[in-house]
Design a protein around this ligand. Structure first.
Ligand code: IMP
Ligand code: MG
Length: 182
């Protein structure tokens, strides 16, 4: 991806669909949800890089119980515009998770294939519990039956950018979520 000017880069931001204020309000609910899980045993928030890095940074600051933070990186292989379900873990957790309530912090669930594979991999390690919090959910595109324990926003089948989500590695730094101008 290459841009001739800042104007060209900006012209691909079609319209804001979720504002910073709306995100902030829902982050409070997600923080309260994590607080409610705490029963004295350790909590591990696992963010899937790179898309969820902004969400993780804001969400963890709404949590008021002890929690640890880890990152995993996964490469999803695509067939055309859809993920194939073939997922390679390119950076794994450093923890033994068997003692933890594990909460996966995802940016978006689209077909569900990537998350489905990550759940399979983590389930084998027998955490105390395993949950998913996603910033965005695009249920119209689902191929694998899979639902998050908490979804902050449900959106139609738009390609979205911002707040960590990219198009060709750009736009992750937008502070809101916008529709991408195809
Ligand atoms: P899935 O396996 O189809 O659920 O793939 C989900 C992954 O595709 C997400 O973690 C994103 O990295 C990417 N993705 C899906 N939809 C969008 C979108 O609208 N904008 C940016 N990335 C997306
Ligand atoms: Mg992702």
């Amino acid at each position: 991806m290459k841009f001739d000017s800042t104007e060209q880069w900006k012209s691909k931001v079609k319209r804001v669909i979720i504002s910073q204020e709306e995100i902030r309000a829902r982050l409070k609910d997600a923080g309260a949800y994590i607080d409610s899980i705490y029963d004295g045993s350790p909590i591990l928030l696992v963010s899937i890089l790179k898309g969820a890095f902004v969400f993780m940074a804001d969400l963890c600051r709404e949590v008021t119980v002890p929690c640890e933070i880890e990152f995993m990186a996964a490469k999803s292989y695509f067939e055309g515009t859809q993920s194939s379900g073939h997922v390679e873990i390119t950076m794994d957790l450093k923890h033994d998770i068997s003692d933890y309530h594990v909460i996966i912090v995802e940016d978006i669930i689209d077909t569900g294939r990537t998350l489905n594979e990550i759940l399979k991999i983590l389930r084998v390690r027998e955490p105390r519990s395993l949950r998913v919090i996603t910033l965005l959910d695009k249920p119209d595109r689902r191929v694998v039956e899979l639902n998050a324990d908490l979804s902050l926003f449900t959106i139609p089948d738009y390609f979205v950018i911002g707040y960590g989500l990219d198009y060709g590695e750009f736009y992750r730094n937008l502070p809101y979520i916008a529709e991408f101008e195809e």
